[in-house]
Design a protein around this ligand. Structure first.
Ligand code: GAP
Length: 449
């Protein structure tokens, strides 16, 4: 039974070193978060699983890592300078700023003060590049990684000779001066995105849009998210972004309710046409079949790293009755678990610790491994359950004689005894090998048309 509430997830993350409030010793900084030793492992594993599925295991997508600062004209061309804004009102008394769509009445929800008329508030962070702070040196922190991909379209086509349909994938930080943040790492001002821009021949875009909806749903399911917690939500015409012909959100059933985990949009030719117009450079593709220069359409599956981390945590969280107690356990997919195994010596006695440390030194060459020699063995198992470690390796006094250790499985709590010499191969078999098979059930990588 899953009993994840946001309070429990936040508390577990804080207590066990997944996620801390940023600048905590200075009182924190609103909506900014730091990933701790376990959090950075989980987050890296999410990114690695995504990269494996969309770049490494496919032959039609290549990666990219573009800079956060870009030429300011890019944001004119993309429509962000004009269109990337929310209507806002300010309270004249307490100076709080509110999104108009968050308000029920026409007085400030915080102090009942009078509100200003709505104004458009641009969500891009602005700063200056170089020593002079004037209009000519204004640059923006990118609000999406996508634009770095569009403006490199021609570079990638020329250097990789990719043929349509093909995609470009990127993971990176994005920044938005969101007015309302909250729900832990769900909405913050600095966050990471995993975006694919998939270029297709016009006319095939609808099929590819449907393909990517399925493919992306299956990615989450393949990594352990329960299917019943995912829901597709097609956008109505009125809420479509300025660039989108159609869009569907993959919503996840977070503790605060269904909310967007990933957006999949059919951007048509909007971006390449705009950048060609503003840059004066040709951004077309020579179609080998028709011998014509065409502007590809773009299907964009755009996921949030932090929201994925939150969804994986919430979905994995469980409280299970165990004898007279409740055990808290994160049933994380092994590919995502921060530690794949943890070595637990039954006692700190020197001759036992020596063997345990030798085992630890060997296992961690292959897997991210923990070591814990504090508290009772039961307490240590509980701690590893709570951080989602799939396997505990217990070294006891008998190990000194029979050269065997006990492996305890997180989910079933079953224990087996195996020779120390077979540890790495046993773990490899149990964990599914270094690359972890996370292909979606029945998921194929190519469309049949
Ligand atoms: N390039 C398209 C694009 O950026 P988006 O729907 O604005 O589309 C895509 O963002 C994903 O990025 C969202 O589904 C979400 O997972 C993540 N995201 C957007 N804003 C965020 C924020 N303020 N905090 C955390 N994640 C955010």
């Amino acid at each position: 039974m899953n009993k994840a509430s946001m309070e429990k997830i936040v508390s577990l993350c804080r207590r066990r070193g997944f996620i801390f409030p940023s600048s905590e010793i200075y009182g924190g900084l609103s909506s900014c978060w730091d990933y701790g030793p376990l959090g950075v492992e989980l987050k890296n594993n999410v990114k690695k699983a995504w990269w494996q599925a969309v770049v490494q295991q496919r032959d039609d997508i290549v990666g990219l890592d573009t800079s956060i600062f870009m030429h300011p004209r890019i944001w004119e061309a993309s429509g962000h300078l004009k269109g990337f804004s929310d209507p806002m009102v300010d309270c004249m008394k307490c100076k709080m700023r509110w999104r108009t769509d968050d308000l029920d009445g026409d007085v400030c929800p915080s102090c009942d003060g009078e509100l200003t008329e709505p104004r458009q508030f641009n969500l891009m962070f602005k700063t200056f590049m170089g020593p002079v702070e004037d209009e000519a040196s204004v640059v923006y922190l990118r609000p999406e990684t996508a634009q770095g991909i569009f403006v490199n379209f021609q570079n990638v086509v020329t250097t990789t000779r990719k043929k349509l349909p093909f995609g470009i994938a990127q993971i990176g930080k994005s920044f938005r001066n969101e007015i309302t943040t909250g729900n832990f790492i769900f909405r913050s001002r600095e966050f990471e995105q995993m975006e694919i821009e998939y270029f297709v021949k016009p006319g095939t875009d609808k099929e590819w849009f449907d393909y990517w909806l399925k493919e992306r749903m299956n990615w989450y399911i393949g990594l352990g998210i329960k299917e019943e917690n995912l829901k597709l939500r097609p956008h109505g015409d009125a809420e479509l972004a300025h660039y989108a012909r159609c869009c569907s959100d993959i919503n996840y059933n977070f503790p605060m309710g269904l909310a967007e985990l990933e957006g999949i949009a059919n951007r048509g030719d909007f971006d390449l046409v705009q950048h060609a117009k503003f840059s004066g450079k040709s951004l077309t593709y020579l179609d080998e079949d028709s011998k014509e220069h065409i502007v590809p359409y773009i299907i964009e599956p755009s996921a949030g790293v932090d929201r994925s981390v939150l969804a994986f945590l919430c979905d994995a969280y469980d409280e299970e009755p165990d004898k007279d107690e409740i055990r808290v356990v994160l049933h994380l997919h092994p590919a995502l678990a921060p530690y794949k195994a943890t070595v637990l010596p039954l006692s700190r006695k020197e001759h036992l610790a020596k063997v345990a440390k030798e085992i630890y030194a060997e296992v961690r060459q292959c897997w991210m491994t923990g070591y814990d020699d504090t508290q009772s063995i039961g307490g240590r198992y509980r701690r590893q359950d709570e951080i989602g470690t799939p396997y505990c390796i217990t070294v006891d006094f008998q190990s000194l004689d029979d050269k065997q250790v006990t492996i305890r499985e997180r989910d079933s709590m079953k224990q087996i005894r195996i020779p120390i010499s077979e540890l790495n191969s046993t773990l490899a078999a149990k964990l599914g090998g270094e690359s972890f098979e996370v292909l979606p059930p029945g998921g194929s990588h190519q469309m049949g048309f």
